[in-house]
Design a protein around this ligand. Structure first.
Ligand code: IMP
Length: 429
């Protein structure tokens, strides 16, 4: 290590949970720094499957300190539920710390998320409905409630007195009703404060101390580069910065503190929710990727849209994050495909584009220019570990050519190859 970031290189769901868990084997600390419970990180250890939304993916490793940084927005209901689920399965969440500066998702954020989506009608973003956009909006508008506020009755009362009348007015306008009154909300939040008082702390100090003492720290990204509020397919994006730059603001560390930046790249492309997706496949190949890849959202259960790998997206992610390596996931899903296509440019109104444009209308008209290559012959599901033991050189020749092609075009080396859901079904180069 000593410090590494794991970042989604596409529209989320690239397999960051699995790769973070794999890398967490070497980590002393795993830090989430943006997003909220809109994330869905799936980890498979042996026969046990964990679907995490708000907890960092290091939580299933013993002895790892797991940090929810100030840039995350905390859904207390999700947090409670996930902790209870892990504890009921015999896993401890000891070592979990939450930033006193992290904003909290309140019921009005969930209600407003739904109301805003309804008003957008057909032009909706297709949000996860978790209240992410309204919560980040309140944070920026200085109307948020933070984890540390839950520890100080006087402060919390003052904040609720200031913020709640504004939120009630907005809710009235959008015709949604909050079930709680001021006092009920106050006592609920104070109860959460009491419950989590030992884990709410200044996590920037914690993370910097760990880095200073040479500990291995892993920064776990949520969502993906193409969902970034600035650099993604705006307005069909989430409300946080998902690129590596967000580590500094969302974890409270300086820009020189991250040594390696790993992009997690699915061997094909998926996206869930609305918005442009030039290489989307509305045919049998798309259906095959959906079915074989099990492409259903961990958070909402929605079917993901599937398509070919897009090198404009890959280049965008490599540049914006300053990627130093890739982990390529789900190569096994493409086993036994005769031909594989990769988009190398877009044709927009007769013009060739080689960089991902910011204009979503242009993206809707973009026709991908593809290069085609040979697919590879797969193996039986129960042979995966045998393939892993054979190492990189034992992978099918055409699969290695596909990996080399990604490396050549992106100028980023592929260091990890994932060919199954399980922790062990992974090859490190
Ligand atoms: P929000 O983050 O709930 O506001 O949703 C905004 C957009 O981001 C929608 O298209 C969601 O489907 C998408 N999105 C949010 N979180 C994730 C994620 O973790 N994986 C994939 N897509 C996500």
């Amino acid at each position: 290590m000593p410090s590494i970031a794991v970042i989604g290189a596409q529209w989320g769901d690239e397999g960051k949970g699995k790769i973070t868990d794999y890398e967490a084997g070497k980590a002393d600390m795993v830090v989430r720094y943006q997003g909220g419970s809109n994330a869905g990180h799936t980890i498979k250890v042996g026969e046990e499957v964990f679907a995490l939304h708000i907890l960092p993916s290091g939580i299933v490793r013993k002895g790892v300190v797991n940090v929810i940084g100030n840039g995350v927005i905390v859904d207390l209901i999700s947090l409670d539920r996930e902790i209870a689920d892990l504890e009921s399965r015999g896993h401890s969440v000891e070592g979990l710390k939450i930033s006193d500066r992290a904003n909290i998702i309140l019921n009005w954020h969930r209600l407003l998320d739904g109301a805003e989506e309804r008003l957008r009608g057909k032009k909706g973003v297709g949000t996860t409905g978790k209240g992410i956009g309204p919560c980040y909006s309140d944070k920026i508008a200085r109307s948020g409630i933070r984890m540390g506020d839950l520890l100080d009755r006087e402060l919390l009362e003052e904040r609720l007195d200031t913020v709640m009348p504004m939120k009630l007015k907005t809710m009235e306008m959008l015709e949604v009703r909050l079930a709680q009154n001021h006092d009920e909300l106050l006592s609920e939040l104070l109860a959460y404060g009491k419950k989590y008082s030992k884990i709410i702390t200044d996590t920037s100090v914690l993370v910097n101390d760990a880095l200073d003492s040479g500990k291995n720290v892993l920064f776990e990204g949520a969502q993906g580069t193409m969902l970034d509020i600035d650099h993604g397919t705006y307005p069909f994006v989430t409300s946080s910065n998902c690129v590596a730059g967000a580590i500094c603001t969302g974890a409270g560390v300086g820009p020189k503190r991250v040594d390696e930046i790993m992009g997690v790249l699915k061997a094909y492309t998926t996206r869930v929710g609305a918005g442009p997706f030039p290489t989307e496949l509305n045919d049998d190949t798309g259906k095959m990727l959906l079915t074989v890849g099990g492409e259903y959202g961990t958070t909402t259960g929605r079917a993901r849209r599937c398509g070919w790998l897009d090198l404009l997206v890959v280049e965008h992610a490599a540049r914006l994050n300053g990627l130093t390596q890739f982990a390529v996931t789900k190569l096994d899903v493409m086993n036994d495909m005769k031909k594989i296509k990769v988009a190398v440019a877009y044709d927009v109104d007769g013009k060739r584009l080689e960089h991902f444009p910011g204009n979503f209308k242009m993206l809707e008209r973009a026709v991908p220019v593809y290069e085609e290559m040979d697919g590879w012959k797969g193996w039986k599901a129960d042979e995966t570990m045998e393939v892993v033991r054979g190492g990189y050189e034992a992978l099918p020749k055409e699969m290695r050519q596909y990996i080399s092609y990604i490396e050549k075009r992106s100028k980023v080396p592929v260091r990890i190859i994932s060919i199954g859901k399980g922790r062990e079904e992974t090859i490190r180069r």
